[in-house]
Write a protein that binds this ligand. Structure first.
Ligand code: NAD
Length: 466
């Protein structure tokens, strides 16, 4: 799928939802179109030569500020893709009640072709270009990691921004997804994969949806196929296999496919890829082949890129449930075919919102300059200890030693982040699923999520008086 088709897919779903809501054309158009997209071309001297790089930052909707969205490092990135992703960010934040508008950025680069010090120079130059136009700014535009970028790049961006604005006390809030020792928050790296896990758990609590997908029970024993074993795919696979006993039968990567009908050991695979640089040589290895997407399974998790399931291959899907960990992996036409075939789809707008949710927590932490739980932890422990002592006094028995520690325990930053993420994923799912089941004009969770998002953004614009 071309990036133009990706943007068209996102816009067509929007049009369908706007029609259903009978939104006036002017307002619908205002919400749909990106407010601005900035293209920058900048030179960097590397290895004695000057290289010119192209970068983008698109701002989709400023009904709430700052606007938020990752910066992707990919050789195929372009304006259409960035605008599609920025629009999805606006809808995602509205659906999940995250108080941000939508934005997205990209740097046209293959990050795997450059050494670390080159990437640092390029990232710092890109930061200068964006920061001088307030396209990186704690109160206006706050990037995060996306495909091809991670903690390292975010640390460079934060440091460069602080150098440009040494007296700005909230400078660290200019970007999220930083390492914890550079103002990041515990649980951010795993957040999107963790959100996929929480989203799937919530799906299995909603029996109406489970029946619709012709499934039963829980995640236990369900066969899962994952495409993309990067930040999102790896963490989702790890948590689903180790904590929910799901069976990850297939991991599809760029350089190969791992298949094991009894379930892949996800930690071993990750260690193998770190040690050897790829999937080759791991038990169950096959040459790269997308046909593995269409094997028997209960749950399919595309976690790599957009446009993977198209009208040409949608009929081949055997999964009962697809959860879109990646942005836009199913095209508009494929979505219709899957809907007709009874495949339930948990849409990207909801499914990968864990990242922006925990980014929101990180941004709040940076503005308040205090770690979550720092004030409460010992106080809660003291309160719990008093309760334990009271129980012991009332019963004349000693509280079991093996339970004492867990009952006493006060919240840590990580436990609070997970609790906030769990709550956000449950609340978002309930809103989406309730809407889907209560309005018979709405035929999918995707349409329900889009309708909710547009309603909220439209309300915000109307109350702003435009
Ligand atoms: P990543 O770069 O860490 O991982 C992507 C993985 O997909 C890599 O391992 C890559 O080798 C693999 N891949 C690329 N092309 C592939 C192909 N054709 N077949 C199989 N594997 C392929 O990126 P990520 O951060 O995990 O992002 C993945 C998706 O999740 C993207 O769509 C991104 O927009 C979305 N997302 C990411 C976050 C986040 O917090 N990182 C948040 C929301 C959404």
């Amino acid at each position: 799928m071309s990036t133009k088709e990706f943007l068209k897919s996102v816009d067509t779903i929007f049009d369908d939802a706007a029609k259903l809501l009978k939104l006036p054309y002017g307002l619908a158009n205002k919400i749909k179109l990106a407010n601005s997209t900035y293209t920058v071309r900048f030179g960097v001297r590397l290895k004695g030569k000057i290289y010119t790089f192209t970068g983008y930052r698109s701002v989709h909707s400023e009904h709430m500020e700052p606007v938020k969205g990752g910066i992707r490092y990919a050789s195929y990135a372009d304006q259409d893709e960035v605008e599609a992703l920025a629009a999805l960010m606006s809808y995602k934040c509205a659906l999940m009640e995250i108080p941000f508008g939508g934005s997205k950025g990209a740097l046209v680069i293959n990050p795997y072709e450059w050494g670390e010090s080159d990437l640092e120079k390029i990232t710092r130059r890109f930061t200068q270009e964006l920061a001088k136009r307030d396209l990186i700014h704690p109160s206006q535009n706050v990037p995060a990691p996306d495909m091809g970028s991670g903690e390292k790049e975010m640390a460079w961006i934060a440091d460069e921004y602080r150098r440009l604005n040494p007296s700005e006390i909230t400078a660290r809030a200019c970007v999220t997804g930083k390492p914890v020792n550079k103002g990041g928050i515990s649980g951010r790296v795993e957040a999107t994969g963790r959100g996929v896990q929480f989203g799937l758990r919530e799906f299995f609590r909603n029996k109406n949806d489970v029946i619709l997908a012709k499934l039963d029970g829980s995640l236990e024993g369900k066969r899962v196929i994952i495409q993309g074993f990067g930040n999102v795919g790896y963490h989702a696979a790890l948590f689903l296999s180790e904590e929910d006993n799901a069976k990850i039968t297939t991991v599809i990567e760029r350089d190969g496919v791992i298949y094991n009908e009894n379930g892949i050991n996800i930690r071993d695979l990750k260690n193998h890829m770190i040690d050897t640089g790829g999937t080759l040589g791991f038990e169950g290895y096959n040459k790269p082949n997308t046909k593995f997407l269409f094997n028997d399974c209960e749950i399919l998790i595309p976690a790599a890129m957009e446009g993977v399931i198209t009208k040409e291959n949608a009929n081949l899907v055997k999964a009962n449930l697809i959860i879109e960990a990646a942005n836009g992996p199913i095209t508009y036409e494929a979505d219709k075919i899957l809907e007709q075939n009874g495949v339930v789809i948990i849409p990207d707008m909801y499914a990968n919102a864990g990242g922006v949710t925990v980014s929101y927590f990180e941004w709040v932490k940076n503005l308040t300059h205090i770690r979550f739980g720092r004030m409460q932890r010992r106080e809660v422990e003291n309160q719990n200890l008093s309760i334990i002592k009271a129980v012991e006094k009332m019963t004349g028995k000693e509280f079991p030693d093996n339970l004492k520690a867990s009952v006493m325990q006060g919240p840590t930053e990580l436990s609070l982040v997970r609790s906030g993420l769990d709550d956000t994923m449950r609340t978002g799912y309930k809103a989406m699923s309730d809407r889907f089941h209560s309005d018979n004009r709405i035929k999918s969770l995707r349409m329900a999520s889009m309708v909710i998002a547009i309603e909220r953004i439209a309300e915000s614009y109307v109350s702003l008086g435009i």
